[in-house]
Design a protein. Structure first.
Length: 180
């Protein structure tokens, strides 16, 4: 996954990019209430298993960008989608910032504004349509048949749609026309 210079925070910051209300909006959202308590110690990043193997994913930096008001840079950052939601950061933050939940809030906001990777769009659309996150190609189904394997169980998209009702990602996806 690549990240553009502007979304990585490497480009010089322009005053027009700053949204001073962003951090206060975040303090009112479930999971990111304590974002202003972050004093940038870097413990979250140093313990993050994803950051260990990535040159660009840094939860501390994302939180810093949000504190500065760089709404678009945070929400358009490709690295946002690398978080594995393991909660190691949350467990280790000396300030009690729920870092993993903050990342979830960023993701929800990104989805609301239509900024998320195409692959998730496709997976969610397949899930809503077939009950499976991956649309199994016809060729593969035929191959199973030729090898005398039993047919795959049918997905239940109706149940999936019901279970996912109210999930922001799905709602956002439907709003942006990524799924029916
Ligand atoms: S561990 Fe907590 S206080 Fe330290 S940088 Fe991460 S969020 Fe901020
Ligand atoms: S929840 Fe995400 S940011 Fe936190 S340690 Fe795990 S991978 Fe890193």
């Amino acid at each position: 996954m690549t990240e553009s210079a502007s979304s990585s925070g490497k480009e010089p910051i322009k005053a027009s990019e700053l949204d001073p209300k962003f951090k206060y909006e975040l303090t009112k959202m479930h999971g990111s209430e304590k974002i202003l308590k972050c004093f940038q110690c870097g413990t979250c990043t140093s313990n993050c298993p994803v950051a260990r193997y990535s040159d660009s994913y840094r939860p501390r930096t994302l939180i810093h960008m949000a504190q500065l008001g760089l709404r678009d840079r945070v929400l358009k950052s490709d690295t946002l989608w690398l978080c594995a939601a393991c909660f190691t950061c949350t467990d280790n933050c000396p300030q009690g910032v729920e870092v993993a939940n903050v990342i979830r809030v960023f993701r929800n906001l990104a989805v609301e504004s239509g900024c998320f990777p195409q692959v998730f769009k496709e997976q969610a659309a397949a899930l809503l349509e077939s009950g499976y996150a991956y649309k199994i190609p016809e060729l593969r189904l035929k191959k199973r048949e030729s090898q005398c394997l039993p047919p795959l169980p049918k997905g239940n998209p109706e149940k999936v749609r019901k279970a996912l009702k109210g999930v922001k990602f799905i709602d956002g996806l439907q709003k942006t026309g990524g799924a029916t």
